[in-house]
Design a binder for this molecule. Structure first.
Ligand code: ACO
Length: 333
């Protein structure tokens, strides 16, 4: 008998406000005190990133609010109550406060009075890291059910004068519930089959937020887009391949790739390197923009809703982000 961490519920939440690309040039109100007006176009954003629109949180709406909505949707999908869950692992780089964790705020908002909750910070790779941690908690017997959430309000860390970054990101949240189940130890089992995590702190300066305890401010996202792009395709294809190799799998055994939704050119480049057609790739970047740690659970939830991901399908999910940190998970849905 092999213990497996199996997905028993999934859900997501997107803030109501949808902003189309064209609005950045026309004038975007309600985000800062002034109107945001950028020298950009729908054509530029769409052709460079594949993004057409994104959701922005309402004033006062926080990361833990979005996360709680996604968590409730996942609990409903699983037919569970909050107290049926032993742990919450929440991936975010935009927690409401420096501390306590957004995860404990979600725990309180759900009315969950038992178990434990903590945040994971690995930027856009955060959900992969959170899944790997949740898997380890289940395999080591420390928890039987773990809620894994990715939630972000990146609109709060945008420099709205930097057209090279602020048009690329959005807000949202997604959640999965993992449950300990019994498998026979083969790739036929449902649940997480393998994980692969990597980081290399030498690349700090190509993607970071220039605030924190060292500055006493929240700071703004800074990115050397071309440099990030250069690392992304190569490292994503490598980690996805490693995760498959760990369980003796090859791309022809994969039903779906669910990539971090940063840029359609990174997504297609990685799929090409893996030798998988775009018909087997779940894409939501056009509607959500880059929601960092939220993008993968959002794509899993939307992919299930669309009827793409079905029970028994093999899913490879991969992400890269600030750090650099990157990784992949292979699971049978
Ligand atoms: N509208 C119009 N023009 C723009 C905009 C904009 N929003 N932003 C930049 N430009 C201009 C630049 O000023 C530059 O003009 P110049 O040639 O006169 O100097 C020109 O467009 C080209 O800019 P580049 O930065 O060279 O454009 P590039 O083709 O590299 O595309 C992009 C930029 C989309 C950021 C790309 O590099 C990219 O996708 N990189 C990966 C970034 C990414 O996905 N990061 C997230 C992954 S990690 C994570 O998720 C946190």
């Amino acid at each position: 008998m092999t213990v497996r961490a199996t997905v028993v519920g999934v859900g997501h939440y997107l803030p109501e406000r949808i902003v189309e690309n064209a609005v950045f040039a026309q004038g975007l109100t309600g985000i800062t005190e002034d109107t945001i007006q950028l020298d950009t176009s729908d054509e530029w954003i769409r052709s460079r990133s594949g993004i057409e629109r994104r959701h922005f949180a309402a004033p006062g709406q926080t990361t833990s609010d979005l996360a709680t909505r996604a968590a409730r949707a996942a609990l409903d999908d699983a037919g569970l109550a909050a107290d049926d869950v032993d742990a919450i692992v929440l991936a975010t780089s935009t927690a409401d406060l420096t501390f306590p964790s957004a995860a404990t705020m979600v725990q309180a908002q759900l009315g969950m009075t038992r178990g434990f909750a903590f945040d994971v910070q690995a930027v856009c790779a955060g959900f992969i890291y959170a899944l790997a941690n949740a898997n380890a908690l289940i395999l080591s017997g420390q928890a039987k059910r773990v809620m894994v959430i990715g939630a972000e309000t990146f609109s709060r860390i945008m420099d709205w004068t930097d057209r090279g970054t602020c048009v690329l990101f959005g807000d949202g949240a997604g959640a999965l519930i993992l449950e300990a189940s019994e498998g026979d130890g083969t790739n036929a089992d449902r649940g997480i089959l393998s994980t692969d995590l990597n980081s290399d702190g030498r690349f700090r300066d190509i993607l970071y937020v220039d605030g924190g305890s060292s500055t006493g401010t929240t700071g703004y996202l800074r990115m050397e887009g071309k440099e990030v792009f250069r690392h992304a395709v190569e490292k994503l294809a490598a980690t996805a391949t490693t995760a498959m190799e760990k369980v003796g799998m090859t791309p022809d055994q994969i039903d779906w790739v669910v990539p971090h939704q940063a840029n359609i050119r990174i997504i297609t480049g990685t799929a090409r390197k893996l030798g998988l057609p775009m018909e087997q790739v779940v894409t939501t970047v056009q509607d959500h923009g880059n929601t960092s740690a939220a993008s993968i659970p959002l794509a899993l939830s939307v992919g299930k809703e669309r009827g793409q991901i079905k029970r028994g399908d093999v899913v490879v999910t991969e992400a890269i982000g600030g750090g650099l940190a990157w990784g992949a998970v292979v699971l049978r849905w």
